[in-house]
Each structure stands twice: as structure tokens, then as C-alpha cells.
Design a protein around this ligand. Structure first.
Ligand code: C5P
Length: 294
């Protein structure tokens, strides 16, 4: 059937890593990873309007501008426009798009906001331009755009991600979880965090985390969640280290970090419990503080 829609609106979700191990450094400079990612309900909203010329434009339409990073680029360096351009080039499409984003996911946060925007652009324009590219081709393009983009091309709640992050194996997850997420004022640069990784260490397995998710015994997740990049990031970002300590003291719970940070999070089991845990954190020095759900 011909797709006659001239516009489409899609959510671009943020991810949280509940497990991340670095298996080694590769010859191409990237690190070989094994991580478990969860898709959250914290989302940017992207609106795509088809245009008959091949122009691509991007604009921010935020009701609350505090969510938009001051340096959020609107030029060709933005992953949204890079994704759209990659799709045009791969298909020799002569169509264009006027793209509007309502930005909610903080930047340099380890929540993969930019990667999710890129994946959502591939999915949205594939539909809007009626390109009918198969998922395998969208995955190929996604891997050229960044290490976390493929997770969002796959339509799953939870996945083990391998390689530099682009090899996605969806895994089952029973039940739902809530988290309190907090990003300190200063974000982390991913390459800087990787550069601070210590010398050799014994690799941890993702298996206990995937077992807990599959079994639905989600109250055990805090016992097995782990992120190898936490210590390097803590040494890089004193504000994050302080925030993690404050969250731990005020909530008496272990605090985790997503991706390369600087978002830290606490695991709760119901939205109500998460809201209760958030209360003593209000007033701490954060750029972003929210309850998210999986
Ligand atoms: O692929 P992405 O743009 O997300 O990666 C940003 C940077 O993070 C890379 O240039 C690299 O320095 C580092 N990185 C890495 N190993 C990975 C993913 C990212 O070293 N698996």
C-alpha cells in the first residue's frame, strides 16, 4: 500500500544501562563491550514533515527550553540530520523533511539521547518517504552513526549489546521497574571516560542481570547491576562522585551510573516508591532529576 502520510510523530526513548563490562580495546580504537540496556519512558518527541525538495531542516520546539543543551547543534553535525542524510544517500531519495524536536533527554548523560534521535529518524523517514528499507539495512546505517543507535532500531525493552554496542540481542524482561535518575551539572565525555579505564581486571558476566530480568525477580537487580565505567567516570567528574554519595546517603540504596555517565540512578520497584526516594534528593545540585519507568 502506498504511504500517503505527509507527516509523522514518533517518540525517541532514552536507555539505561543496568550492566556494562569493557572486554578490551580494539585496533580501531573502540572498546569491545558487553552491556544490558533497557528502554525507558523518558522520551524526546520528533515530528517529521515530508517536503518535495531534498532539503533537510531541524528546529527545536520545546515548551520548556531548560531541557535543551545550550550547545545543541542544529546544523549537519546533529545526529538527526546525519541519519536523514545517510538514508537519502543510501536510497538516492530526492525527498526532504522538516524535522522538529521536543527535547527532554539531557545530553552527555549516558542516556543515548542523540543515538535514539538518530534511530528514530531512520525509522520515521523510512516510513514517511515510503522507502521500505528492511531492518537489516536500517541496522547497517545505524552502526555508521554511533555505537548506541542500533539498540533503538530494534523494537525491544531489554537487550544485551555487544561489539562496540551495535550487536543487539533482545532479551526477555518480566514485570516493570522504576528508577530515580539524576544528572549532575557537568556531563561526561565518553572518550575521556574510556581513557581512564584502569589496567587489567577480571571480566564480569551479564548473565546474572539477564537472569533477574527474565525471571521477574526484579527486587534482586540491585545485587547484580554493574558498570565498569563507574570508577573512571567518578575520578573524572567530582560533581558526579559527590552526587552519587549524596544519593546513597539520603536513600540508603546502591547508586548506579548509566553508560559513560554522568546520569546516576537508583532502582525502585514501583513509581510510588521511586517518587518517595526522589523527595530527599530535591535541592541537590542536579541538572536533571526525574522518575523514569521501564
Ligand atoms: O560510537 P559513539 O559515537 O557513541 O562513541 C563515542 C566515543 O566513545 C568513541 O569515539 C570512542 O572514543 C568511545 N567508545 C569506545 N568504545 C565503544 C563505544 C564508544 O571507545 N564501544
Amino acid at each position: 500500500m502506498l504511504n500517503t502520510a505527509t507527516s509523522i510523530c514518533l517518540s525517541a526513548p532514552a536507555k539505561l544501562n543496568v550492566f556494562l563490562e569493557v572486554l578490551g580495546k580494539r585496533d580501531d580504537g573502540f572498546h569491545e563491550l558487553e552491556s544490558v540496556m533497557l528502554r525507558t519512558d523518558l522520551c524526546d518527541v520528533l515530528h517529521f514533515e515530508a517536503t518535495s525538495d531534498d532539503q533537510l531542516t531541524l528546529r527545536v520546539a520545546n515548551s520548556d527550553p531548560t531541557h535543551v543543551a545550550a550547545d545543541f547543534p542544529l546544523d549537519e553535525s546533529n545526529l538527526i540530520l546525519r541519519a536523514a542524510r545517510a538514508l537519502q544517500q543510501a536510497t538516492a531519495s530526492t525527498l526532504g523533511a522538516a524535522i522538529t524536536i521536543d527535547k527532554r533527554i539531557p545530553a552527555e548523560a549516558g542516556l543515548a539521547g542523540g543515538s535514539s534521535n538518530a534511530a528514530t529518524t531512520l525509522l520515521g523517514l523510512n516510513q514517511l518517504w515510503n522507502l521500505k528499507l528492511p531492518k537489516s539495512e536500517l541496522h547497517r546505517l545505524a552502526a555508521t552513526l554511533g555505537s548506541d543507535v542500533n539498540f533503538f532500531v530494534e523494537d525491544c525493552r531489554a537487550a544485551v549489546c555487544r561489539g562496540r554496542g551495535e550487536q543487539i540481542e533482545p532479551i526477555p524482561m518480566a514485570g516493570s521497574l522504576s528508577f530515580v535518575v539524576a544528572r549532575p551539572p557537568v556531563g561526561n565525555s565518553t572518550p575521556d571516560v574510556f581513557r581512564r579505564l584502569g589496567p587489567a581486571y577480571e571480566h564480569r558476566s551479564f548473565q546474572p542481570v539477564s537472569d533477574v530480568l527474565a525471571s521477574g525477580r526484579l527486587q534482586n537487580l540491585a545485587d547484580v547491576a554493574y558498570n565498569r565505567l563507574t570508577e573512571p567516570a567518578r575520578s573524572l567528574n567530582p560533581g558526579m562522585a559527590k552526587l552519587m554519595q549524596q544519593m546513597n546517603e539520603r536513600c540508603s540504596r546502591p547508586v548506579f551510573m548509566s553508560g559513560s555517565g554522568s546520569t546516576c540512578f537508583l532502582i525502585a520497584h514501583t513509581p510510588r516508591e521511586a517518587r518517595r526516594m526522589l523527595t530527599p534528593l530535591v535541592g541537590l545540585n542536579t541538572a536533571f532529576l526525574a522518575v523514569v519507568r521501564i
